[in-house]
Design a binder for this molecule. Structure first.
Ligand SMILES: Cc1ncc(COP(=O)(O)O)c(C=O)c1O
Length: 261
């Protein structure tokens, strides 16, 4: 019988924080060691509970959620997310432009699947949160990495970002506040990155899942407000700030004018 082989789509996909690293941790655990797993941001494992009002609101609405819901997510929840985005200065955000998914993870995958043609390039930070690389590759794209060096406070150099752009580049991904570095991007830097996206007609994809988890003195600037009319998909969710990663709720919010030139 011919062996069952994995799909060629998986050939270049790397995901070590859940792969080799966790296999090794399991081996060490089996050998009796106590391993603290910091490879994924899992607040619930370390005593950070979801707020009671969130748990109660979800429990109280279980009965309302038995039927299939709207394909983009519950109307009331999308209204609340759209209001939050507008309050942050995002333009053109309506519930119709909010997509709720199985965590930001699913929405990263769906967004790249909807955007990319085979061979299209996506600008990603290095180091990145590895799901962005994996989802780019799984959807036929090519990651192109801009560096976020420790000596620069883990902030990207916009000139380097622009130099990486080719006719195949479709999107510029920002992770802000950043996982894994903790860097928070200042407004002036965001403005330069928005200008680059506008000049080269790139979709801005801003992973803001850590938007309210900041080191003392740091302040978070949502990209959508700076982007204005430039199309920007901002990602947020319950997993980190609301400490409910097991509930699997994330959202993507589209701001700006998709016809912007
Ligand atoms: C930067 C970043 N984006 C997205 C995710 C995925 O979050 P979710 O639980 O919403 O799928 C994580 C999870 O660690 C993350 O660190």
């Amino acid at each position: 019988m011919a062996p069952i082989t994995p799909s060629a789509h998986l050939a270049d996909v790397r995901y070590e924080i859940r792969g080799a690293l966790t296999r090794r941790a399991r081996e060490l655990e089996a050998a009796g060691l106590d391993i603290i797993k910091l490879n994924i941001g899992n607040p619930g494992r370390y005593g950070f509970a979801a707020p009671a009002h969130l748990r109660e609101a979800i429990a109280g609405h279980l009965h309302d959620s038995e039927a299939y819901g709207h394909e983009q997510g519950l109307e009331l929840a999308r209204e609340a997310i759209a209001a939050q985005q507008r309050a942050r200065g995002a333009r053109g955000v309506e519930p119709e432009r909010i997509f709720i998914g199985n965590g930001v993870s699913e929405l990263i995958d769906l967004s790249l699947r909807a955007l990319l043609q085979p061979g299209d390039e996506v600008l990603l930070p290095s180091p990145d949160y590895p799901l962005w690389s994996a989802a780019t590759i799984l959807n036929g794209g090519q990651p192109r990495y801009y560096r976020c060096l420790a000596r620069d406070g883990h902030l990207p150099d916009p000139d380097e970002v622009e130099a990486l752009i080719t006719p195949r580049t479709r999107a510029l991904v920002l992770i802000n506040p950043n996982n894994p570095t903790g860097a928070v991007y200042p407004r002036a830097l965001l403005q330069r990155l928005v200008d680059i996206a506008a000049r080269h007609r790139l979709l801005l994809l801003s992973d803001e899942i850590y938007d309210e988890i900041l080191y003392d003195g740091a302040s978070f600037q949502p990209l959508a407000e700076v982007a204005g009319e430039v199309p920007c998909l901002s990602f947020g969710g319950l997993s980190k700030v609301h400490r409910a990663c097991g509930y699997r709720v994330g959202w993507a919010s589209l701001s700006g004018n998709p016809a912007h030139t």
